[in-house]
Design a protein around this ligand. Structure first.
Ligand code: HMG
Ligand code: MG
Length: 284
C-alpha cells in the first residue's frame, strides 16, 4: 500500500468561484502564496472560463501572473474549451483540469452544452495538449447525485470515465458536487470503478454539504484512493449546483490522513493559517 496521499488544493478555484462578494487579486495572491508555502503539491489556482459565467474568477490572467510559483508545486487551471486552454497556456500553465458531468442536465446548466458537446470541446483541445505535453486532470461532476436529476446511475459514470480514458486524460476526479453521496453510495460506485481501472487514476472531490465527506474519503482511502481534492478553510461551491456548499476542508483531510498514517508533505500549521486567512476575508 502506498502510504502517501496527494492533496489537490482547490480552494482558490472551487472555493472562490461562488462567493457573493468578489475578493481582490491581491487577497487571492496572499492565500495562494500561503498554500505554496505550506507545501501543497498541487494548487488549482483559477479557471479560464467565461467571465460572464463566473465573474469571481475574471482576474484569472492577473492572479496567474502575480503568484509566487514554487518548483515543488504543480499549478493547475480549470479550462472548459480551447479558448480557455490557450489562455491558460499563455499564463504559463503546464497542467490543466477539464470538466464534464455524469448528468446531462448538470452539464447543460454548467457548460451550456451536453456531455457529448463537452467531449467535442475536448477533442479540439487534444492536439494542443499533446503537442505541448500538458498534463490533464478531468472532473466528472454529479457522480452520485445531481441537483437537477437526483440519483445518478453507475453506468452513466462508467461511460464518462471510459470516454475520458479513451482521450488520454492523466487523472479523473470523481465529484460529489452537492455532498449528497452516502458512504454506501461511495463504496458501491468505487467498487464498480476499481473492478475496471487502477485506483491510481482517481481522485475524490467531495463537497461537505451534509457532513458526509469525511466518512466518504475514509471509505475511498480504504479502497486504495490516494488523491483527494479539498479546500483550505473548507470554502467552495459551484454556482450552477444549487445546494452545493464547501469542499471538504484540507484541514480535515490532513487530520484523517494523519490518523491513518498517510503522509501528505503539507505543513499543517501553515495550511491552517491559510485557511483562517481566507475564511476571515470571505466573512468580511
Ligand atoms: P457559451 O456561452 O456556450 O460559450 O459558454 P460560447 O462559446 O458561445 O461563447 C460565449 C461567450 O463566452 C463569447 O464571448 C466567448 O468568447 C466567451 P462574447 O463574444 O459573448 O463576448 N468565452 C470565453 N471567455 C473566456 N474564457 C473562455 C471562454 N469560452 C467562451 N474559456 C462555456 C460555454 C463553457 C464557456 C461557459 O458555459 C462557461 O464558461 N462555463 C463555466 C462554468 C463554470 O466555470 N462552472 C464552475 C466550474 S465546474 C465545478 O465547479 C465543478 C467541479 O468543482 C467538480 C464538482 O464539484 O463536481 C469541477
Ligand atoms: Mg467542486
Amino acid at each position: 500500500m502506498i502510504d502517501e496521499v496527494r492533496i489537490v488544493e482547490v480552494g482558490p478555484r472551487d472555493g472562490l468561484q461562488n462567493i457573493s462578494e468578489p475578493i481582490s487579486t491581491v487577497q487571492k495572491k496572499i492565500y495562494i502564496d500561503m498554500l505554496s508555502e505550506a507545501g501543497c503539491s498541487e494548487i488549482e489556482v483559477t479557471s479560464f472560463v467565461s467571465p460572464k459565467w463566473v465573474p469571481q474568477l475574471a482576474d484569472a490572467k492577473d492572479i496567474s501572473a502575480s503568484i509566487q510559483r514554487n518548483e515543488h508545486t504543480t499549478y493547475t487551471a480549470l479550462v472548459p474549451n480551447k479558448k480557455g486552454l490557450e489562455a491558460a497556456m499563455e499564463s504559463g500553465y503546464r497542467s490543466v483540469a477539464i470538466f464534464t458531468a455524469a448528468s446531462e442536465t448538470f452539464s447543460q446548466k454548467n457548460t451550456n452544452g451536453s456531455i457529448e458537446q463537452n467531449f467535442e470541446r475536448f477533442e479540439e483541445m487534444i492536439p494542443i495538449l499533446e503537442d505541448n505535453e500538458i498534463r490533464v486532470r478531468a472532473y466528472i461532476s454529479a457522480c452520485w447525485v445531481c441537483p437537477y436529476e437526483g440519483d445518478i446511475c453507475a453506468e452513466s459514470v462508467i461511460k464518462v470515465i471510459q470516454d475520458l480514458v479513451d482521450i488520454g486524460v492523466h487523472e479523473i476526479s470523481l465529484g460529489d458536487t452537492i455532498g449528497k453521496a452516502t458512504p454506501n453510495d461511495v463504496e458501491s460506485l468505487l467498487k464498480i470503478i476499481l473492478d475496471n481501472w487502477s485506483s491510481q487514476l482517481f481522485a475524490l472531490h467531495m463537497h461537505d454539504t451534509y457532513n458526509m465527506a469525511t466518512e466518504n474519503i475514509t471509505i475511498g482511502l480504504g479502497m486504495g484512493i490516494r488523491i483527494l481534492d479539498s479546500s483550505a478553510g473548507g470554502v467552495g461551491g459551484c454556482p450552477y449546483a444549487p445546494g452545493a456548499s464547501g469542499n471538504i476542508s484540507t484541514e480535515t483531510v490532513l487530520r484523517v490522513c494523519d490518523e491513518q498514517g498517510f503522509d501528505t508533505g503539507i505543513d499543517v500549521d501553515k495550511l491552517k493559517i491559510a485557511g483562517e486567512y481566507i475564511r476571515s476575508i470571505i466573512q468580511q
